[in-house]
Design a protein around this ligand. Structure first.
Ligand SMILES: [Zn+2]
Length: 313
């Protein structure tokens, strides 16, 4: 199970958990449920030595049955739900592969993906922002004037920074200080994972894809709500209330799970946006000049404004 684990998988699992717990805390409709399905499939794929993206999508579909629509959960409850779904899938996977269930449970508890469930939003935010900047821990620590070992401790959730350290780290990352304030330690950054009626890249107007986003939509109707941003290529599913949910590409290499609209040529350049090991959603992380994905990453605008001004509360 562990041999496939690497930095890319860790980031995919971590970002999937971060986005999924954020969506669960704000409550989602059917479009958000379809996004949750993809996020959960990613957790299964990374965290249980799962099968192909398509198989894990089907398992995620099963796991989501009974999850109520538009019901907000606390962050702790959201994380507990995700961990339990992960555990159930790991046990089911043991059955599929003929592994001993007790050994499988033991292995799960030691799996690096399982440890990610213990990270609170602060630790996840520090990890994800750090990874997205592409700087080493030494570079960040030096820029923040902090001792080298501290960043790793905070990233593991072993300790939390004090007030001065929070300000120094926010400055080094280019974040408005409020994002690393104590009051946000347990609040996930839902503002990253949903948008109001437009794409945050600010380039072009999103246009509707005339075809299903997903080749295997959870419910047929969801696929009809798919659109791609003509600016950055980010695919979205849209709630009836106008909320845009960015949809991740899932799977890698020849197992990449494509969107129906790509196969139908609705999205002509074939862009499906980066998958979850990359800074994501693409609209937040790439400056307009860098929308070809070779441009420089920038800290998202939402992170450069105070959380309340960004609507992040
Ligand atoms: Zn865009």
């Amino acid at each position: 199970m562990l041999e496939l684990w690497n930095k890319g998988r860790e980031l995919r699992a971590l970002r999937a958990l971060d986005a999924a717990s954020a969506l669960l805390t704000v409550g989602v409709g059917e479009a958000g449920m379809a996004v949750l399905q993809r996020l959960l499939a990613t957790v299964f794929e990374c965290g249980t030595g799962g099968a192909s993206a398509a198989v894990e999508l089907a398992r995620a579909e099963d796991a989501l049955i009974g999850l109520p629509l538009d019901t907000e959960q606390t962050e702790a409850a959201a994380r507990a739900w995700l961990a339990e779904a992960h555990r159930q899938r790991a046990l089911e996977r043991a059955q599929e592969t003929g592994a001993d269930p007790e050994l499988a449970e033991e292995a799960l508890l030691k799996h690096p993906a399982w440890l990610l469930h213990q990270l609170d939003p602060l630790a996840r935010r520090i990890r994800l922002v750090h990874a997205s900047t592409g700087r080493t821990a030494t570079e960040v620590s030096r820029a923040a004037g902090l001792e080298g070992h501290l960043l790793a401790r905070w990233s593991r959730g072993a300790t939390r920074p004090n007030a001065g350290q929070r300000r120094a780290l926010a400055r080094a990352f280019g974040l408005a200080p409020g994002w690393l304030g104590v009051q946000r330690d347990t609040i996930p950054d839902a503002v990253l994972y949903q948008a109001d009626g437009g794409c945050p890249c600010g380039v072009g107007a999103a246009r509707f894809a005339a075809s299903a986003l997903d080749v295997r939509p959870f419910k047929a109707a969801w696929g009809q709500l798919g659109l791609f941003c003509t600016g950055c290529g980010q695919p979205y599913l849209v709630e009836p209330d106008g909320r845009f949910h960015p949809v991740p590409a899932i799977g890698t290499g020849r197992y990449t799970h494509s969107f129906g609209a790509l196969a139908d040529g609705v999205q002509p350049d074939g862009a499906i946006g980066p998958e979850l090991s990359c800074p994501w959603p693409i609209a937040h992380w790439y400056a307009p000049a860098g929308l070809n994905r070779r441009g420089a990453l920038r800290v998202p605008d939402v992170y450069r404004s105070p959380p309340s001004a960004a609507g992040g509360d």
